[in-house]
Design a protein around this ligand. Structure first.
Ligand code: KIV
Ligand code: ZN
Length: 521
């Protein structure tokens, strides 16, 4: 007997990217979409087309390139949003429009609609969406805090207007597993024609229960889970894709449902999303954390050596962690690098491989042994040598000592012209950032400065993440180097470059959160 299937709906590029600071570039969005498609994700929510030109272009391009996945765009409950969404997904071989409105008392108060007016709005907008696309998903935002009778009424209207999937969002991460299951089961029981649609679960993780709530909903009859890679998303994030996929796989005895996701591709996409979003994965994060498969205590190691199943409920290779940690060195060639990267789930085009190879060689000159994590950092780093970038680091000398202030002598490329400055600061990083600011004055505020040692040892590379904010626009820069101050300078400059690009490309309606709900209709 074949098992029931659960549809995996990934919203890393929409709900995940919406998280302040997690903004991705156009090229990064295309890359992540390709990885999602490749790993067997059924539906990719690629963005919110009305939000900005950038979002529209990303959804449109992802639609054109899609192979197996359904491509979905988000739209509020108004005709303009839905038209723009339909336009963005029109080239997808399998398009979907996802339209939503907040149905709970608090959310109804925002557009100031009565229950009847909102019901009318749902009928009009879902009908309009269905006239443009055969595949329509409807969401009552904040469903878990909506009066039950009104929730049923709105869902019935959406189904009668042609919605094919009904999503039940726990927008503020308020529900708990039993409640989540009871709600889905009751809705399926009470709503006429509920058997003609798919019920979806969309959970946020504010109380740390998103995965449990999603699985409970599936046990009660939901057949679509909405999730993001690494649980990326606003506040505490969304349900993590890797967690639900592995829970369904490892505990198939109690969750007898299958997904199309190839779990061996999980690690590669997790690393890439962490890099491009600038949100690193906590070490003890389930499935994808650095320590998820590490067994360091004596008892554990002993048990593991005798029988891996003693302490391991899944194998590292099931999520794409290669067992070997073959060390690469300065004599390793391009073919060895390509094959090593392939083992790590990273496939690069020839020109990308060339760039990484050059960086690998200079790293191998400094560092005797280049480990897997070093290579992952090298691939992930934005080398800052993109010709279209306004700023570039030419050279940096820092003078440190027990007596401050520290001093940075910086040579910075601005529009291909070199500029020099000496600046001081409270520590070498502060001095360096001050030097950049002297040569390129800006009003951007530093929101995050984070340093991670990639491997052990004093010659380890440091990966530095810098997040900057200017006029509500946020950009993240990352860089890796064996010199922490150089990595910091490059990450800071990369963040500024990305802010400059965002500034140049920004459309008038750049931030959908600034578009009032009153505009709907
Ligand atoms: O959390 C939420 O309610 C959402 C909706 C737009 C579906 O993301
Ligand atoms: Zn959400």
């Amino acid at each position: 007997m074949t098992q029931d299937s659960v549809v995996i709906f990934d919203t890393t590029l929409r709900d995940g990217e919406q998280s302040p600071g997690a903004t991705m570039t156009h090229a990064e969005k295309l890359e992540i979409a390709e990885m999602l498609d490749d790993m067997g994700v059924d539906i990719i929510e690629a963005g919110f087309p009305i939000a900005s030109e950038g979002d529209f272009n990303a959804v449109s391009e992802i639609s054109k390139r899609s192979r197996n996945s359904v491509i979905c765009g988000l739209a509020r409950a108004n005709l303009k949003d839905i038209d723009r969404c339909a336009e963005a997904i029109q080239h997808a071989s399998q398009p979907r429009i996802h339209t939503f409105i907040g149905t709970s008392p608090l959310h109804r108060a925002i557009p100031n609609l009565t229950k009847d007016e909102m019901a009318e709005r749902i009928h009009t907008t879902v009908t309009h969406a269905r006239n443009l696309c055969d595949n329509v998903q409807w969401s009552p935002m904040d469903a878990t805090r909506t009066e039950y009778d009104y929730l049923c009424r709105t869902i019935e209207i959406a189904i009668n207007a042609g919605a094919t999937t009904i999503n039940i969002p726990d927008t503020v991460g308020y529900t708990a597993p039993k409640e989540s299951a009871d709600l889905i089961a009751q809705l399926i029981l009470d709503i006429p024609r509920s058997n003609e649609v798919i019920f979806a679960t969309h959970c946020h993780n504010d109380l740390g229960m998103a995965t449990a709530n999603s699985l409970a909903a599936v046990s009660a009859g939901a057949r679509q889970i909405e999730c993001t890679i690494n649980g990326l998303g606003e506040r505490a994030g969304n349900t993590a894709l890797e967690e639900v996929v592995m829970a369904l796989k490892v505990r198939n005895d109690i969750f007898p449902y299958q997904t199309r996701v190839d779990s061996t591709k999980i690690m590669a996409i997790s690393r890439r999303v962490a890099t491009v979003s600038g949100f690193s994965v906590q070490f003890n994060k389930a499935i994808v954390g650095k320590n998820a498969f590490a067994h360091e205590s004596g008892i554990h190691q002993d048990g593991m050596l005798k029988n891996a199943k003693t302490f391991e409920i899944m194998r590292p290779e099931d999520v794409g962690l290669s067992e070997t940690n073959l060390v690469m060195g300065k004599h390793s060639g391009r073919a060895a690098l390509r094959s090593k990267l392939k083992d790590l789930g990273i496939v690069l085009a020839d020109n990308q491989l060339n760039d990484v190879f050059i960086r690998f060689k200079s790293l191998a000159d400094i560092k005797k042994e280049v480990f897997d994590d070093d290579l992952i950092a090298l691939v992930g780093e934005d080398a800052g040598d993109n010709q279209s970038y306004k700023l570039g680091l030419k050279s940096l000398h820092v003078v440190c000592g027990t007596e401050g202030p520290q001093q940075a002598n910086l040579e910075l490329k601005i529009d291909n012209e070199s500029h020099f400055v000496t600046a001081t600061g409270d520590g070498p990083v502060d001095a360096t950032f001050n030097a950049v600011k002297e040569l390129f004055p800006h009003t951007a505020k530093l929101q995050l400065y984070q340093v991670h040692a990639v491997t052990e040892g004093t010659d380890a590379q440091a990966t530095v993440t810098v997040r900057m904010e200017e006029d509500g626009k946020i950009a993240t820069g990352q860089s890796a180097d064996t010199d922490t101050v150089v990595a910091s300078a490059k990450a800071y400059i990369n963040a500024l470059n990305r802010l400059i690009i965002r500034r140049e490309k920004s459309a008038p309606n750049e931030d959908f959160k600034s578009v009032s709900y009153k505009d709907a209709g």
